[in-house]
Design a protein around this ligand. Sequence first.
Ligand SMILES: [Fe+2]
Length: 314
Amino acid sequence: MKKDRRQFLKNTSLTALAAVTLPSLLRAESNLGSASQPPVNCNPTTQDYYGQGPFYSANAPSIVNNQLALGTEPGTRLIISGRVHNLDCTEYIAGAIIDIWHADDAGTYDNTGFNLRGKTTSNSQGFYLFESIYPGKYLNGSTYRPAHIHFKITPPGYPLLTTQLYFQGDSDTPADAAASISTGIYDATHRIVPVTTNSLGQKEATWDIVIDGTGNPVGIEEIRSTMGMIYKVSPSPFSDFIQINYGIFQRAKVSLQVFDIQGNLVADLQELNLEPEKYTAEWRPDSTVPSGHYFVALKINDIQVHYLKVIKEM
Ligand SMILES: [Fe+2]
C-alpha cells in the first residue's frame, strides 16, 4: 500500500533533526473510539467561590526557568501545563499573565516572602507551564480545604480572572464550600483536573484556561474531532527519541511541529497530503536540543488541531 512513503524534515534554526513517518498497518477506523486523549471541551474558566482567599500577596516575582518551587522545596513535584484560549476556544492567547500562589507541603503559605508565589506568561503559542510541589492542606474552620492552587489570570487588554485549581480524587472536595460547587458562576467542575504520575515520580496535570480575550486562530473542537488528533507521544520523559502516534480522519495537508516552552519552533515535519489512516512519526533531536518541556502539535490544513506535552531528559 503506502508502505514506502516517508516524510522528510525541514531543519530549523535551532536543530537539525531526523524523523520519519510511516503509515501504521492499522486502519484509522479501528481505533477512533478509544483514543487516549479525548478532545478537550471548551468550558469557560469560572471564578472561585472563595475569590483570592486570605493569602494573596501582590507583586510576586516572575518565575525563573518555569520553577515555581526550588528543587529543595519539600514535597512531591507537580507539573501543571496547558494552553490559554478565548471564550469559544477558536483562538489561543499569548502573553496572558498568570499569577500563581499556593501552600507548601505542610499546608502553610509564605506570608512574609514569595516562596511558592510567582508569575508566568502564556508563550507565543498560548502554552504555559510551571513546576512546583503538590500543595498541602490547611484547616478552614473544622474541615481541611482540598489541595488547591490559586490563580489570577490577565489576558492582554482584558480583565483579570481570580480562581483556584483542584485535583480529582481529593477526599476533602465534597465538603469544601468552593470546590463542591457544580453549577452557576462559581462552578468548579472543570477546575478539578486529573493528576497522573510520570516515570520520574512527578505528578502532572493539564489545565486549559478559557478566558475572555483575543489571540490567534486555533482549531476548534469540531475541527479536531473531524480532522485528526495525536493519540500518544511516548516515552515521556525521553532522552533520544519520541514516537508520535496520530490519526488523520480525512484526506488533508498534515504536518507535525515541536515547540519549546518559549514557543520557539524546534522541529517541523514537512507537510504532506495524507489519506485517512493512523500514522507514526519519530523525532530524534540532535544533542544540542536541551532538556525541558516540549509541545508536539498536529497541524491539519494549516490549523493546529491538537497538541501534547513531553519532557526531554539529558
Ligand atoms: Fe488557599
